[in-house]
Design a binder for this molecule. Structure first.
Ligand SMILES: O=P(O)(O)OC[C@H]1O[C@H](O)[C@H](O)[C@@H](O)[C@@H]1O
Length: 550
């Protein structure tokens, strides 16, 4: 951490003391224009960040922190294609994938846009061909189902976006997602499908990931068993940076859709990895999704710090994580089509900012990425909101809501009312006096009211951001996703970490490889710790398959 960042953080620490005894209720009472002052609108996208423990001075100090950390400098370096993912010597250019302006973007001195556009054009032709029936299965039947086989970024992003855009499917194929190496996942998916009408997308940046290659092998055997070897070419396509391995799998070149090492897995839905989305909703909708991402990129690239949606969001993230010490952050979309949004953001945020050393390799002196979690409202209200309202931890939360639904508009008012009621309640809370007065007004005896009232107290003062948009259309899904990507970028820049590698994931892969011979009964479990050895023995004794993997 540079001295300038440490000083800016120290000023924020000191500033926090000015909130002692100050409740958000007081902030609202003191300033009737608080909403106008602390909300930002870009077209129909509104971010209300008035329900925070923050004043104008807070934001000024946070902007100083952003300047001290040179967030704008790192942002410029990202857009310029510099290798800011320096542990892997890579540019970070998911913004190029959605660069609908086509302004040249360079990586290692080469404009990447011609290649990006070439793959996009091939994706369009393929997706539209499958959707129209012009590209059919080996027996000439129309493709009715697409199975995307991938994991991590090759699954979560496209699965989230396909669900978000479900109302845009039209007569496109049904798209399924298989990720887990647990055979149950592909087994249960295949059980509902007919090989003659099924297209598999093998989605893997590296084309080496154990889960994906295992499931792809199972799918291949299923197709070959029913339709013969020659059918593989008509029932598979591959999405990867590793074109050599695609060829070795037997997938023809015209069904290989490439991307580049400057696309991180968790940012890859904008690349060929998004082909399942494009098959589901058509090329125009997929490109509108890209355009939404691009619109947010342009906003992020050009808006001043305190008028910049991802910057505001990122600064609030740092404020709560570092200065208040809140360990988690909830994502609560009041939008059923965003059911998988939190799951995707979990990878985006936790894989990007779950880092313990800074860019110079020394241990981080501040906390870094929070735990990110969430479920759609109103479901969560009947599950975990109890803890958000009355638990001992404060959990800053983002609420997302559309003005206009796609379906059954008569139910939408309830959704909106619940969303707004929750953020209001979290902000205001309920005092002991209010709780007591309510109970007395309901006719309760004073001693009983006094006994019960403490349980009905809500501290309030719990921070929320509300993100409201006109409708969850492809453009908006693109804007929302890019908003969060850049928020994570801003936080990582302030923490001085590399948000673009993921060495932590490697450990699990290495350990699983070293354990495989033991699980397969080919090596002695005694060389492992007693817990691992004991568990292996128990599973073997209870029917775990020995010697299956040869
Ligand atoms: O796309 P693949 O190469 O198969 O990788 C799939 C996933 O693998 C690992 O878990 C990485 O940490 C993820 O970032 C990546 O998305």
């Amino acid at each position: 951490m540079t001295d300038a960042v440490a000083e800016a953080l120290a000023r924020l620490e000191a500033h926090r003391a000015t909130f002692d005894g100050v409740h958000m209720r007081d902030l609202f009472k003191a300033d009737k224009d608080r909403f106008a002052r602390f909300s930002l609108k870009v077209d129909d996208l509104l971010i209300d960040y008035s329900k925070h423990r923050a004043t104008r001075e807070t934001f000024d100090l946070l902007a100083d922190l952003a300047r001290a950390a040179d967030v704008e400098g790192l942002r410029a370096r990202m857009f310029a294609g510099e290798p800011i993912n320096f542990t892997e010597h890579r540019s970070v250019l998911h913004v190029a994938l959605r660069n609908r302006s086509n302004r040249p973007i360079y990586s290692a001195g080469k404009d990447v846009m011609p290649e990006v556009n070439e793959v996009l054009a091939r994706m369009r032709a393929f997706a539209e061909g499958v959707r129209s029936g012009a590209i059919a299965g080996a027996t000439g039947k129309r493709i009715t189902d697409v199975v995307n086989i991938g994991i991590g970024g090759s699954d979560l992003g496209p699965a989230m976006v396909t669900l978000a855009l479900a109302p845009y499917r039209g007569d496109g194929p049904a798209v399924h997602y298989v990720s887990n190496v647990d055979g149950a996942h592909i087994h249960d998916t295949l059980a509902t499908l007919d090989p003659e009408t099924t297209l598999f997308l093998v989605a893997s940046k590296t084309f080496t990931t154990l889960e994906t290659m295992t499931n792809a092998g199972t799918a291949r055997a299923w197709v070959v068993d029913k339709l013969g070897d020659a059918a593989v070419g008509s029932h598979f396509a591959a999405l990867s940076t590793n074109l050599t391995k695609i060829a070795a799998f037997g997938i023809p070149e015209d069904r290989a859709f490439g991307f580049w090492d400057w696309v991180g897995g968790r940012y890859s839905v904008w690349s060929a990895i998004g082909l399942s989305v494009e098959l589901a909703v058509g090329a125009d909708n997929f490109e509108a999704f890209l355009a939404g991402g691009h619109a947010m990129d342009e906003h992020f690239r050009t808006a001043p710090l305190l008028e910049n949606l991802p910057v505001i969001q990122g600064l609030l993230g740092v404020w709560y994580r570092n200065v208040w010490g809140f360990p988690t952050k909830a994502i609560l979309p009041y939008d059923q089509h965003l059911s998988r949004f939190a799951a995707h953001l979990q990878q985006l945020d936790m894989e990007s900012n779950g880092k313990r050393v800074t860019r110079d390799g020394t241990p981080a002196k501040t906390a870094t990425g929070p735990v990110v979690w969430g479920e759609p409202g109103t479901n969560g209200q009947h599950a975990f909101y109890q803890l958000i309202h009355q638990g001992t931890d404060v959990i800053p939360a983002d609420f997302l809501i559309a003005a206009e639904p796609h379906q059954l508009p008569h139910q939408h008012g309830y959704l909106v009312a619940n969303c707004l009621a929750q953020t209001k309640a979290l902000m205001e809370g309920r005092t002991l006096e209010e709780a007591t007065a309510q109970l007395l007004a309901a006719g309760m005896a004073p001693d009983e009211a006094a006994r019960l009232a403490p349980h009905k107290v809500f501290p309030g003062n719990r921070p929320t951001t509300t993100i409201a948009y006109a409708k969850l259309d492809p453009f908006t899904v693109g804007r929302l996703l890019a908003l969060y990507e850049h928020t994570v970028f801003v936080e990582g820049a302030i923490w001085g970490i590399n948000s673009f590698d993921q060495w932590g994931v490697e450990l699990g892969k290495e350990l699983a490889l070293s354990l495989q011979p033991v699980i397969d009964g080919k090596a002695d479990p005694a060389t492992f710790d007693s817990s691992t050895a004991g568990l292996v023995a128990h599973l073997h004794a209870n029917g775990s398959v020995v010697g299956y993997n040869t």
